[in-house]
Design a protein around this ligand. Structure first.
Ligand SMILES: *[C@@H]1O[C@H](CO)[C@@H](O)[C@H](O)[C@H]1NC(C)=O
Ligand SMILES: *[C@@H]1O[C@H](CO)[C@@H](O)[C@H](O)[C@H]1NC(C)=O
Length: 270
């Protein structure tokens, strides 16, 4: 074929859609910056943390999880970003394949968590139990438990007597702690119009029956409240899942389109 004719054709016509190419580039770049942020937060949390009780509670340090997620995301989005910019098929294929793997892994976890909801609940219960046991040892765990109990208006995992798992709140007679049979202040229901907050409102609650406890604290355990929360926020949960899945699916589809367009372009000039 005439070389000059070929060149002219390449200048005016391309199989590669610039919108798809720059869309993929821009989105990968956005998540690439986001991954750097996640790594930075993870490293900061790791450096800040002096004690290891949080790591012992969650088996793996949450800061390490952040760093690993950030690094994986960094490499995937880097492939997408540079692959789209340089029209590099190998990078785009790596991007597409790793994104597919990540997506399928998340899907598998979600499906398993749904079908094995009892086991999921037990596993979560183990974490909360450890958080209750180490409540006084680590400020982060204390803040986490206080936040959960206040936000979900609940106390303990099964119910408020779970606080006996903690050395300070344990309700056995021999316990010398001043907080024996108490529950933390975060279990307390707010009293409307109360001028001075009664931080001792949880004292002795573990010895009370359900009805008496209802007057001062949230009597329902956080496990039941969490199930209720999910059931009443199904739309939000679905939207969140979709919000996570859509960018991944879009990335996989767009990179596949771009790959085939680049291949068309290559075979057209050969
Ligand atoms: C709290 O939960 C435990 C374990 O599920 C149960 O044995 C106990 O009866 C419950 N107590 C109250 C007051 O509901
Ligand atoms: C409370 O402490 C006693 C004595 O140390 C222990 O035997 C018991 O198991 C503890 N209670 C709970 C619920 O862990």
């Amino acid at each position: 074929m005439d070389r000059k004719l070929n060149l002219n054709r390449a200048e005016t016509f391309s199989f590669i859609n610039p919108w798809i190419r720059y869309f993929l580039f821009f989105f990968s770049f956005l998540f690439w910056v986001f991954s750097l942020l996640i790594i930075a937060i993870g490293v900061y949390a790791k450096v800040q943390k002096a004690t290891d009780t949080v790591r012992d509670t969650f088996l793996i340090d949450p800061a390490v999880i952040l760093i690993v997620v950030g690094v994986v995301m960094f490499f995937i989005t880097f492939c997408g970003c540079i692959g789209a910019l340089r029209e590099n098929i190998r990078l785009l294929k790596t991007f597409s394949l790793s994104l597919t793997l990540v997506f399928l892994t998340q899907l598998a976890i979600a499906v398993l968590g749904f079908f094995y909801s009892d086991q999921t609940r037990d596993a979560l219960g183990k974490f909360v139990k450890k958080a209750i046991v180490h409540y006084r040892d680590d400020l982060d765990l204390q803040n986490l438990m206080d936040y959960i109990q206040k936000e979900f208006k609940c106390c303990g995992w099964n119910n408020y007597t779970d606080w006996s798992w903690n050395l300070y709140f344990n309700c056995t007679l021999e316990n010398p702690s001043t907080e024996r049979c108490a529950v933390p202040f975060s279990c307390c229901t707010p009293v409307p119009g109360e001028a001075v907050i009664n931080t001792m409102c949880g004292f002795g609650v573990q010895t009370q029956n359900y009805l008496d406890a209802t007057r001062t604290i949230y009597p329902v355990g956080c496990a039941d409240k969490a199930v209720m929360w999910v059931e009443s926020h199904l739309l939000l949960v679905g939207a969140l899942a979709l919000g996570m899945a859509l960018p991944q699916i879009a990335g996989i589809v767009l990179s596949q389109i771009l790959i085939s367009q680049i291949q068309d372009e290559i075979s057209s000039v050969m």
